[in-house]
Write a protein that binds this ligand. Sequence first.
Ligand SMILES: Nc1ncnc2c1ncn2[C@@H]1O[C@H](COP(=O)(O)OP(=O)(O)OP(=O)(O)O)[C@@H](O)[C@H]1O
Ligand SMILES: [Mg+2]
Length: 466
Amino acid sequence: MAAYSLRRRLLLWLFLATAVLGLLALADTWREALRTAQGVSDRVLVGSALAIAESVTVDETGTLEVDIPYSSLEMLTSAAQDKVFYRVDGQPGGFLTGYADLDYTQPEGQAPVFSDSTFRGVGIRSATLRREVSTGASSIAFTVTVAESTLARAALARAILLRSALRLAVLISGVAAIVWLGVTLALRPLDRLGAVIAERSPDDLRPVTADVPQEVAALVLAINSFMARLDTAVNALRNFTGNASHQLRTPLAVVRTQLALIDRSTTPPARQAAMAKAQIALERAERVLAQLLVLARVDAASGAAALGPVNIVATAKDLTAEMVPFALERDVDLGFEGPVWAFGHAEPVLLAELLKNLVGNAIAYAGHGAVVTVRVKDHPQGIELAVEDNGPGLSPAQITLALRRRRGASIQAQTAVRDQEAGYGFGLAISAEIAALFDAELHLAPGAGGRGLLASVVLHRAPAGP
Ligand SMILES: Nc1ncnc2c1ncn2[C@@H]1O[C@H](COP(=O)(O)OP(=O)(O)OP(=O)(O)O)[C@@H](O)[C@H]1O
Ligand SMILES: [Mg+2]
């Protein structure tokens, strides 16, 4: 995701919002300004028309006479650039004086009639009045039309609009400056937080204690909880690496000793004995390496959802068949019991590894002539996969110790375990981790009749594969 500026985003939104609102306000101001300007000049137009109407007289022959008073037009020309036009029309005789080509509308009653039009190329607004003069016997009607170009009122409205726009611009820039400053100040704790984290040495995974505002507290909490998890993981890895290197060093030291013995030995049997021991130690080292790879696989699988429906019966049968030669070598009776198929939630390679550890242990530790059974059967919670032998078994204390040899356990604890027991491998611990990955638990208990060891895992039932 590309980084974006919070400040710029806020400013953009603010600008858009104020611009839209501002334009609406400006439109309203413009309308209002025009109306005000119009109202004022309309009153002046009517006043001027009234003054002209006052000066209309009638003589004895019934002819209308107009003597335009200078003041009547003077009141209109206050705006220097505007032009004033007028005309007076008598009722029977028509046009009396003024601009004959000026249009006008005949009013119905006493009220003045206003209209907007153009005259000689300029926009004008005109007011027309209808009045009557009395001759004694009858009265004669006439109309007075006064028009004024609208340059001044448009200019006035423009000036009002410009001022409003200016005020709006000042307002927007003021708010923008405040937001800029506010965001800068508000984000300062984040900069501090960043600096505090950046200054840290890689192995300092203590919680961050920077002074941050409420809104950022959740982020700090998340960072701290992540650090705690990272700390656990790093510690586990450190312990495990120490342990694994120990596991490898022991057989390699044996190989070196035996090689020195071979070098010094004078008789072929002594040399052969040393060779055999070196061979066993190398196999041990190989086994440890293989187990490290399995653990790496467990880690990879716990990251991705590599689990799916696995035919437990097929896997268990194959593995049992694979182990038969090893069992024959040790004079162990290895058998399999189970249904035709059963699908469980697992990962085939890791499941085989788990089973191989259990069957391998049973064959190795149950002793000559023992009976080892691999069993798959239904269980109320899923599918049970079990390996049972009738050898010496493990005491509850030994079971706890064997399972504790996990990656998270301390080296001291693991060394203590190693000293107490003949075995020094990871087999059971790895099997327990694989089971945990399948969301199951490795269960170790005495076998039938309290003899031997029964190792079992209950896997979640899975719908049969595609
Ligand atoms: N079925 C069993 N009967 C008796 N003792 C057992 C049985 N399974 C395991 N043990 C004991 O528990 C110890 C731990 O077993 P685990 O499988 O963890 O390691 P390992 O077999 O010694 O080495 P690895 O499996 O890594 O090759 C063994 O050394 C053995 O002493
Ligand atoms: Mg083992």
